[in-house]
Design a binder for this molecule. Structure first.
Ligand SMILES: [Zn+2]
Length: 341
């Protein structure tokens, strides 16, 4: 079980039409530092594309491919891109493109198509594959789906295409700001882009959540909460293709005394919140004692597009659990019409 992370942060652009804000380089450096000190990752598993390779699409992709090949079943492949993103409607595939340091504003062929990055990620044997994209147009990255969905790539992504997730800085507006957020508690992170600064702050300082690991869903919720609190940022977008939001990605570095008590959910609303965390999932058997409540929780979770994967997980467990037709009927009255049969 091997995990690999690659950080790509091209910050010095040869084309003077492309800005070179210091926040890009700073963010890339901080990702390496924060992941390197995370017990779940560590220096050996984290690589950044070295400065001399950041001008070359070939060299960037060689490093990404190497990490994708080295990550194995049970492990995680994480690719982080911080830089400029662009999209041209008249180039083949209409995909988001990532800048390298030799990219030129008006020359699409000098940019790295996200298609290649995504292809390397999806073909990796890693069980969980995550792309974090802090760049303009990252809100359009979800188009890189599994080939079966409308608007996604044709079926060329191979068989090992499960468990992918995209976390993008841009949610609504394709433009993202690079100017650091002055409201971040850690001074050095104010010199990062706002999205990466906030994300790094969560990874470095943890969340008050009871759990020892930060899952994709916990990171998304914390990031949205923090970005909204500042009041000036776009909300981040997360797209779970087929990975579960309960998948752990980082260590929760909040010291134990400063965390909340373990959740003891009771109401439908409390369960819907708790099931997004590892400790909530662990206590799912307790929920399954009450078929009616389970059905209501599933309906509530499925109503939120971000939580549908959790709803499906609970539904799966409910189908196994409620073997008695009477119990299943009580469950299904509440859940039917929400989750697919
Ligand atoms: Zn902020």
């Amino acid at each position: 079980m091997e995990s690999r992370a690659v950080v790509i942060g091209p910050g010095y652009y040869a084309d003077t039409d492309i800005s070179s804000p210091k926040e890009i380089r700073n963010s890339a450096r901080k990702y390496v530092e924060v992941l390197g000190s995370d017990p779940k990752w560590g220096e050996d598993r984290v690589r950044s594309v070295p400065p001399e390779s950041l001008s070359s699409i070939n060299e960037v992709m060689t490093i990404v491919q190497q990490a994708a090949d080295e990550a194995t079943e049970g492990g995680t492949l994480l690719v982080i891109y911080v830089g400029h993103g662009a999209r041209w409607r008249d180039v083949p595939g209409d995909q988001v493109h990532f800048a390298v340091e030799s990219s030129r504003r008006r020359a699409p062929w000098t940019w790295l198509s996200s298609w290649y990055v995504y292809r390397a990620i999806r073909k990796s044997r890693a069980t969980l594959k995550v792309l974090i994209a802090d760049c303009c147009c990252s809100n359009m990255l979800p188009d890189l789906g599994d080939g079966d969905r409308d608007g996604s790539l044709p079926g060329v992504l191979g068989e090992e295409d499960e468990g992918t997730c995209v976390l993008a800085a841009a949610a609504n507006n394709p433009e993202v700001s690079s100017e650091g957020c002055t409201q971040l508690p850690d001074e050095d992170l104010r010199e990062c882009t706002p999205f990466s600064g906030h994300l790094l702050s969560i990874l470095r300082n943890g969340t008050k959540n009871h759990d020892d690991e930060l899952t994709i869903g916990m990171i998304r919720d914390a990031l949205r909460r923090d970005l909204a609190r500042c009041g000036t940022h776009d909300k981040a977008k997360i797209r779970l293709n087929d990975s579960r939001e309960g998948a752990p990605l980082f260590t929760n570095r909040k010291i134990e005394g400063q965390r909340d008590d373990p959740p003891s959910p009771d109401s439908v609303e409390e369960w819907a919140v708790a099931l997004k965390t590892p400790s909530g999932i662990r206590s799912i058997d307790q929920l399954l004692r009450d078929p009616q409540k389970t059905g209501k929780v599933v309906a509530m979770l499925y109503g939120d597009p971000d939580s549908q994967d959790i709803a499906l997980l609970v539904n799966e467990r409910a189908n196994k659990s409620f073997q008695d037709s009477g119990q299943f009927a009580i469950y299904w009255v509440e859940a039917c019409g929400t989750v697919p049969e």
